[in-house]
Design a protein around this ligand. Sequence first.
Ligand code: FAD
Length: 469
Amino acid sequence: AAKQGPRTVLVIGGGPGGYVAAIRAAQLGAKVTVIEKDRLGGTCLNVGCIPTKCLLHSAELVSRIREQGAEIGVRVSGLEVDFPQVIAHKDEISKRLTGGIAALFRMNRIGRVEGEASFLSPNSLSVRRKDGSAETMTADAVIIAAGSVNAQPPIPGLRENPNCIDSTGALSLEKLPESMVVIGGGVIGIELACAYSAFGTRVTVIEALDHMLPMLDAEISAVGIEHLKKRGVEFHLECPVQSVEPSPVGAKVVCRDKGGELLAFEAEKVLVAIGRRANTAPLNLDAAGIQNDRGRILVNDRMETNVPGVYAIGDCVFGKAMLAHTASAMGEVAAENIMGQPAVYDQKTNPACVYMEPEAASVGLTEEQCREKGIDYIVGKFPMNANGKALILNGGEGMVKMIADRKYREVLGLHIIGPRATDLISEGALALRLEATLDELITTIHSHPTVTETVREAALHAEGRAIHT
Ligand code: FAD
């Protein structure tokens, strides 16, 4: 029989990790209080996933009309980007969604405390409210969901220059910049490069490594980068930034290329997107003896820290994907374990998505990873230009790549670039969860005309029985 769980739960942070954990714990009968120092919804709803996708949606409409309008018979004269309205629309969507969380908290009788939490001991927290007052709170279990903040690289001249912004700054500009240098070719840098280039900003991306979007299969990311190059985005790889200098334009970024030459790029705005770090410094983890690696909390697959009764989830944990759905999945696992329902977090089914144009998404093993692990695998591919719906949606740019175990035909990975890739990837995640075989995907009927057919076609191709290629 399930043991009786603790009844009181304190959740630190109201982002997609914390608010989902709170609701799940409340559903299972816990008395839950969420401590949030800023706004409900965390990074994701206020300055992350949702705001970027809003900008990207406006951007995609513009680029579709510019890049495909004549071909599809939609000629627009005087097409204009009303940038302040783009930003205002984004703010409106964020507001609606964060208001929705407040309503869910009321429905689930979840308490809210506005303030900043820090540990006094393993089971007690001090919460400092905005008015300066502080109170001590205790509970049977604590879930740390403190998230992350943008990392600032120690580049000389960067901090002092007001035209150097982070992703949060790039989501609240008052005016569309004419030019932008993006430092960092990861997901956040590329998504914002995609949005701003569609709006008409001249964008240059600078990356210290030898490739962009390292979380994607190399063949898939190459298609996305090619698309952005065609749109005029410039990419400089293996070009670590040395310094930022003042410039009448805005800022001058000085880099050293592979050959040792110094290159300088001037732009109105410089977006620093080199990654994020755990937001645990104010938590005083040492007072509770919580093990961490440079602020990232160490957890097992039940989301337990080394301290009994203290759990950690989301961006503030060590060694896991820093994504909203990851944080939410971990939140449900933590809440269930606290309430006596054993659960584990399974990284295997966790998709990674890039909402550029065309969209890209990946779940499971890449070819590179299969080779490293010595797995005997087969690959099936299908080009988007052989699918009717994809041809209609974006001219057929992109591809699907299915990876399966050679002997058992079990699906090991799905990698997609093309229209609606970030929605399509769920079929791959489900296949991995169910340990599905290629034959099981093939014998599932996919509706026509949809891009979902491309996933089935990739499975057919892996089996050497492609119909449409
Ligand atoms: P957060 O969302 O960071 O929430 C943590 C909360 O805790 C915050 O509200 C903070 O104020 C609060 N807090 C912190 N410390 C304390 C304290 N001591 N006391 C009280 N409150 C505290 N992920 C995706 O899956 N898809 C995307 O498309 C995507 N796009 C992104 C775009 C950008 C520009 C950025 C920056 C991120 C994006 N992410 C995306 C990542 C995603 O936002 C994060 O993975 C997700 O928000 C992590 O959730 P979390 O609950 O762990 O932390």
